[in-house]
Design a protein around this ligand. Structure first.
Ligand SMILES: [Zn+2]
Length: 638
């Protein structure tokens, strides 16, 4: 009885804290698509860059050192591919994805090499690759991303090389695009794939791939091409809605790169073949998502890598598309660094991105320094980022609210990362290996509260830079909005109301975070216990060495730099460290990391105000500003 009552109360709390409702899609009628389609299909190559645009593009490439290096690296890679065997249909677990991705990189590289040099050896090698792929029994439609990336690869190879392929090869390749790419996406007499109306990266990748395929072979069946384009431009809006209202990607920066790159491929393919993307590139949120990727990258060049995101950012040609489209060269600030570093060290690194060739089509080597030092991005998984400058040694704080229930979500609500002096101090351990977990029969993608997913250390709140109450998990269905944000240069801050994520555990949980102009970081929590005694653990994962000086002070050190760590609270706390060692045999090792933190015991209904200050500074007793209640923080600008 008591339990039922508790659940009811918890349910009420959750009801009042729902994630923002999605915008309905703006329907683009079939007639409009029909009218937009060209009467006769444009000449091959028609996708992304036609032959009349090629000479001007080659001129731009030859006039730029950066583009030339990339172009030459692509040719060198194509030369190396000549002696390699074509891909084979070998799955990893349930996926063929790594094969599809390899094929996409190879066919873009070889097709570009042929188009830019006219050397037949690249053509022959690409043809061989495509015929091998066409002979696969299927492209693994049970994991549709694999079909989508393979179709993209084949569409580009077929279209870019069309005039030089033999008629027999053409027939074989276009039949494969139709039968192994497009037709399985129609699910005739079957339940349609969930990705068609999905809200995440699958939607973007799959619609992009199938659309490229349909546009590449549109002369065979114009009506089919129209059907596919009509479906894509309507359904992709469901995934594009997720960027609302400010451009943040709920699945984090790693999946931004994946989903957004293919979204851009979809829009650019439509633009190049039909002459319009039906206004989708200007869609609210999506139009600002280049800003998101810029701000979610710290001065170290590392991402704020929530949730299933690696921290290292690779070469991302889609960023150049946004810079050109929205005439905002500052968006490429981090990309230029990646590019320059690769030129100095190893140009081949640029080709780790299988879509690197798109940079040859879209990139302009110019960049400018971004203006805003902080930015807040609301939405289903909101984040705020602050930095002291755009230099590599700036101090950077990134913090998030949101919900573990988003696709790829972790129990990381309230979590943050910190960069300072060119190093990362507060870290997110990142994703687990999907295949390792799945191959044990664990339900990695179950998102309910009791799912096995949350037993994975890297996925639950035990490993994140946030609070753990009475050893319990955060509430999957909770949603922590950013309730206030200010970019005032004297006191930029954000406030996240985490209460619903701790429903049934705490009466109130509000986290304020600020990066002061002095470079000091403030994480301030205002908490109230429910009607039972409550233990709250505050913790932060770091790769630095932790030296605890007193109950409330510590020094974190790495690479001869020191970070002063200081807790200011009336509560009785004692700093300690917690291990990040794997909890179970399926957990990944976490290298040389640990957590610094402390526990607070609250009586029923008792409140606590806890401020943690951090700054990279050799001053062991830095002057701290007066602690103010979050409600008294200066009026927010947003
Ligand atoms: Zn995480």
């Amino acid at each position: 009885m008591k339990k039922t009552l508790f659940l009811l109360v918890a349910g009420l709390v959750l009801l009042t804290a729902c994630a923002p409702a999605a915008t309905p899609i703006k329907e683009i009628p079939l007639q409009q698509v029909h009218d937009a389609m060209p009467e006769t299909p444009p000449q091959h190559p028609r996708l992304f860059l036609n032959d009349s645009q090629l000479p001007a593009r080659m001129q731009t490439i030859n006039a730029s050192k950066e583009l030339r290096v990339l172009h030459l690296a692509t040719l060198k890679e194509a030369d190396e591919l000549i002696t390699q065997k074509p891909v084979e249909r070998i799955k990893t677990g349930k996926r063929l994805l790594s094969v599809s991705r390899k094929a996409l990189g190879r066919l873009m590289t070889l097709s570009w090499a042929y188009r830019s040099t006219g050397d037949k050896k690249y053509l022959q090698r690409a043809e061989q690759e495509m015929l091998a792929i066409a002979a696969f029994s299927d492209w693994n439609p049970s994991h549709f991303l694999d079909v989508a990336e393979m179709t993209t690869a084949m569409a580009i190879g077929y279209d870019w090389l069309y005039h030089s392929l033999s008629e027999t090869s053409r027939r074989t390749i276009r039949q494969a695009i139709l039968e192994k790419g497009i037709n399985p996406s129609l699910y005739k007499n079957k339940r349609p794939g969930w990705w068609i109306s999905g809200e995440n990266n699958w939607n973007q990748v799959c619609h992009a791939g199938i659309t490229c395929g349909a546009l590449a072979i549109m002369e065979d069946d114009p009506e089919l091409a129209e059907t596919i384009v009509h479906r894509s431009v309507n359904k992709v809006q469901i995934a594009m809605n997720e960027y609302e209202p400010d451009g943040a990607y709920p699945e984090g920066p790693g999946y931004w790169v994946y989903g957004t790159t293919f979204n851009v491929i979809l829009l650019a393919s439509l633009d190049s073949v039909i002459g319009t993307d039906f206004g989708l590139s200007g869609k609210n949120g999506f139009a600002d998502c280049g800003q998101y990727l810029l701000h979610v990258t710290g001065p170290t060049g590392l991402f704020f890598n929530y949730p299933d995101s690696g921290s290292r950012q690779g070469f991302t040609p889609a960023v150049f598309w946004f810079a050109e489209k929205f005439n905002d060269p500052a968006l490429t600030w981090h990309q230029q660094t990646i590019w320059q570093n690769a030129i100095k060290r190893k140009p081949k690194d640029l080709l780790r991105s299988r879509t690197a060739v798109f940079a040859l089509l879209w990139a302009s080597p110019k960049t400018t320094q971004p203006q805003a030092l902080s930015k807040c991005f609301r939405g289903p998984n909101p984040v705020a980022m602050f930095r002291t400058s755009w230099d590599g040694d700036a101090t950077f704080l990134a913090v998030k609210g949101g919900s573990p229930s988003v696709n790829h979500g972790h129990m990381d609500i309230g979590s943050f990362v910190i960069d300072a002096a060119g190093l990362r101090w507060a870290i997110d351990l990142g994703p687990e290996s999907y295949n390792k977990i799945e191959s044990r029969g664990m339900k990695l993608w179950g998102m309910h509260q009791n799912s096995e997913r949350w037993k994975i250390f890297r996925y639950n709140n035990y490993s994140h830079n946030t609070l753990t109450v009475n050893d319990q998990f955060q509430q999957v269905k909770g949603y922590a909005p950013i309730t206030r944000y200010s970019d005032d240069k004297d006191f930029p801050y954000t406030v996240i109301d985490m209460t619903s994520v701790y429903a049934g555990q705490l009466k109130q949980a509000v986290r304020g975070a600020s990066l002061l102009p002095t470079g000091q970081i403030l994480i301030q929590d205002e908490l109230q216990a429910d009607d039972t005694p409550t233990n709250i653990r505050w913790a932060m994962t770091t790769g630095a060495k932790v030296n605890i000086i007193s109950d409330k002070t510590a020094i974190l050190s790495q690479k001869k730099k020191n970070m002063q760590f200081q807790v200011v609270t009336n509560a009785d706390v004692k700093l300690t460290t917690y291990s990040t060692a794997p909890r179970a045999d399926y957990d990944a090792k976490n290298g040389n990391t640990c957590m610094i933190g402390f526990e607070v015991a609250l009586k029923p209904h008792e409140t606590a105000k806890i401020a943690v200050f951090m700054a990279v500074d050799d001053d062991k007793s830095p002057k701290l500003p007066k602690i103010q209640s979050i409600k008294n923080w200066p009026k927010a600008s947003k």
